[in-house]
Design a protein around this ligand. Structure first.
Ligand code: NAD
Length: 496
């Protein structure tokens, strides 16, 4: 079945049958393919090709570059169902979320096409007579993209579409857990290249590999920008290495996202928001709701309602009518069980979190989502465990809730459910949430592509996707032009 799907997506059989690195589906743990992992020398050879492509592509007018991305969007529309299904098979997302991820790719294509006619610079008033100043934005070079397993296609598209309209080439190292969706993206992109006709060879390079390949990308001085999405552990290694050679990085790392639930909130809305944010993608989104900071006066009622909602969640094969699919692998399951044991040790009361469907799927890891009522924001709560665990903390006054929201090392997403405008505005003010995303009456996950996406502190500080994130993929040049017959110096300096 996977073979038929990959064939429809345009992936050659040799690419997924002839390697020695096994690919498993988290749905039942079975092996579905084997791929070849590239080493250092092969990665460098791909960067060589991307560099050559960049040198030609940077001279193509930006709106024309946008045309390639427009065609890619068309190809994605035509293959949305197949690519979405492959995401479900390889990453374990339910069908709706697999399709949603491909839709996100299509949306960013549309955004980037518009952007290709809007890479605006400024004109600046010069202090000197007969002079003008302006700011131009130029392509950077080969953009290195390192992506995580949990958004195996969208993150690449966020980066690649912007990088391409900006005039760059791309070298992509996907997660070793999701090479098939990467092969499919590459094949679909090649269809767009064919329809476009005249793009330089090697504009988008796929580097399927492990740490060695990742490090080759990170260390290559011809890669001026590395956009790396994954754990904070990975960012701690990648960020300083890129900085050591004065490269730039966009780091999109772990989150530990909270919801403040105020007594005035619409609880029906809030419970639905909690369910989607905490349980969606089996708790494996960087923006997953991990901490519920709820006013003590409504805590018992809210916890009872959330438990009731959790009890009804259908867990199972993500391609069937279920809401929660599997965890990615056993390591992830073990990390979840370890965190729940620690939560109990730290005084927490745990509900749920047990393994499910083990008889049917002995090699796959389905779990019921867990709720852990905690006496304090203890160590386990401050750590991102990439699984569906919702820690519940009670608060008495709003300042305390804000402090709890901010008092973790990560700073990706946050939200408040309230109908009190003072609380809502304060939450989004300079002394409110310290996260890159701060929502009101919406959960922490499910961002649109129009906004810049990313977070502060240990989340890495990067921004990608919408707004002016494109500037991260270009270099800024300040131009001063003298159209007079004099040579006046700035600051009135006389140098005769
Ligand atoms: P991971 O850190 O294990 O791997 C991510 C990628 O980094 C993989 O491609 C991996 O091969 C590569 N990598 C690891 N070490 C490297 C090194 N030393 N040099 C170069 N490359 C290296 O993460 P994961 O388990 O795939 O994904 C889950 C994590 O990603 C979670 O922490 C989640 O919050 C985070 N995430 C963040 C965002 C965001 O936008 N902030 C989005 C998705 C996922």
């Amino acid at each position: 079945m996977v073979a038929a799907l990959l064939e429809r997506l345009g992936v050659a059989a040799a690419d997924y049958t002839q390697g020695d690195y096994p690919v498993h589906t988290p749905i039942d743990g079975s092996q579905i393919a084997s791929v070849k992992l590239l080493g250092k020398a092969e990665t460098i050879a791909r960067i060589d090709q991307a560099q050559a492509a960049f040198e030609a592509w940077r001279n193509v007018p930006a709106p024309r570059r946008g045309e390639l991305v427009r065609l890619f969007g068309e190809v994605l529309r035509a293959h949305k169902a197949d690519l979405g299904e492959l995401v479900s098979i390889e990453a374990g997302k339910i069908t709706q979320e697999g399709l949603g991820e491909v839709q996100e790719m299509i949306d960013i294509c549309d955004f980037a096409v518009g952007l290709s006619r809007q890479l605006y610079g400024l004109t600046i008033a010069s202090e000197r007579p007969g002079h003008h100043m302006r700011e131009s934005w130029h392509p950077l070079g080969v953009v290195g993209v390192i992506s995580a397993f949990n958004f195996p296609v969208a993150v690449w598209a966020w980066n690649t579409t912007l990088a391409l309209v900006a005039g760059n080439s791309v070298a992509w190292k996907p997660s070793e857990k999701t090479p098939l969706t990467a092969l499919a993206c590459q094949a679909l992109f090649e269809k767009a290249l064919k329809a476009f006709g005249e793009a330089p060879q090697g504009l988008s390079q796929l580097v399927i590999g492990g740490r060695e390949a990742g490090e080759a990308l990170v260390d290559d001085p011809r890669v001026p920008l590395v956009s790396a999405t994954g754990s904070t552990r990975m960012g701690r290694e990648v960020g300083p290495r890129v900085a050591a050679r004065f490269g730039r990085s966009i780091l999109e790392l772990g989150g530990n996202n909270a919801m403040i639930l105020a007594p005035s909130a619409d609880l029906d809305l809030a419970v639905r928001g909690i369910l989607f944010s905490a349980v969606g993608t089996a708790g494996q989104r960087c923006t997953t709701l991990r901490r519920l900071i709820v006013h003590r006066s409504i805590k018992d009622e809210v916890v009872a309602r959330v438990k009731a909602a959790y009890g009804k969640v259908r867990i199972g094969d993500p391609r069937k009518d279920n809401l929660v699919g599997p965890l990615i692998d056993k390591l992830s399951f073990d990390a979840m069980q370890g965190a729940l044991a620690k939560a109990r040790d730290e005084g927490g009361q745990v509900f749920g979190g047990e393994r499910q469907l083990a008889d049917q799927y002995p090699n796959a890891y389905y779990v019921s989502p867990a709720i852990a009522e905690m006496p304090a924001q203890s160590e386990v709560v401050r750590h991102e465990t990439f699984a569906p665990i919702l820690y519940v903390l009670a608060y008495d006054d709003f300042e305390e809730a804000l402090r709890l929201n901010n008092e973790v090392p990560q700073g990706l997403s946050s939200c408040i459910f309230t109908t009190d405008i003072r609380e809502a505005e304060r939450f989004q003010s300079a002394s409110g949430s310290d996260c890159g995303i701060a929502n009101v009456n919406i959960g922490t996950s499910g961002a649109e592509i129009g906004g810049a996406f990313g977070g502060e502190k240990e989340t890495g500080g990067g921004r990608e996707s919408g707004s002016d994130a494109w500037k991260g993929y270009m270099r800024r040049q300040t131009n001063t032009v003298n159209y007079s017959r004099e040579l006046p110096l700035a600051q009135g300096i006389v140098f005769d």
